[in-house]
Design a binder for this molecule. Sequence first.
Ligand code: ADP
Ligand code: MG
Length: 279
Amino acid sequence: MDNIIEVKNVTYRYEEDSKIQEAALDGVSLEVERGSFVAVIGHNGSGKSTLAKHLNALFLPSEGTVIVDGIDTHNEEAVWQIRRTAGMVFQNPDNQMVATVVEEDVAFGLENIGVPSPEIRKRVDEALETVGMTKYAKSSPYHLSGGQKQRISIAGVLAMQPKVIIFDEVTAMLDPVGRTGIIETAKKLNKELGITIINITHYMEESIDADMIYVMNDGKCVAHGKPRELFQRVEFLTELGLTVPIATQLAYSLNKAGVDIPCNLLTIDELAEALCRLK
Ligand code: ADP
Ligand code: MG
């Protein structure tokens, strides 16, 4: 298998000397296949963001190794290469805006690494087009909605031509319309540009189409699987403080109440179809 990311037995402590503090990551291992769409779920404080920051060398493991596109993140000389390979978008779009005009914001990273102006122009235009924000190129980012700001953040990362983009709860502060727009954009980057996506999220519905889901709990990766199999473990996930997609939950409850309906449903459409077939 061609893995673009390999996390091997990674432990991370925020305070190296602290014997009291529990490790924020505790022996985490996982793999991300090149070109795949992976979701990471887990309740608050389970270690998702700490893990995310290991994937582009913002953090280095206290123990264990992280390999990004063949490079060990401990390799200090390759730090910038790793950060270009694996781009990151965070939760709060306001903290990511650096310029007063949208196109300048998208160009910021490229200017920092000394890309020539005509190439910057081209990449900024392409990135804005991809995220559907071309008409806002000359606008001020501060007047945009949360979802639009997040798309500008994504364009800024995209302009750097990453192979992987890590989304750390990027939809958490958005309304449902904004959320859908971002997830559709992420899927498009994955399908059309072949960019590997790692989506860290609280919203189970966002993981339905993922190729693989990893579940974090107390700094450990406690389960993984494809959505249709993993979400059948309703009781296990509930115990971890997580939910399952609403259709899966309903099918599970109906099943428990004696209704003869499959439990491996993920969407409302699938549930409706199964209910129609009942009679
Ligand atoms: P998540 O993103 O899943 O909410 P985090 O990775 O942010 O989880 O946090 C994992 C653990 O590390 C938590 O126990 C949290 O309190 C701790 N932690 C996070 N950031 C820091 C920090 N800057 N200093 C010390 N502990 C931290
Ligand atoms: Mg977090």
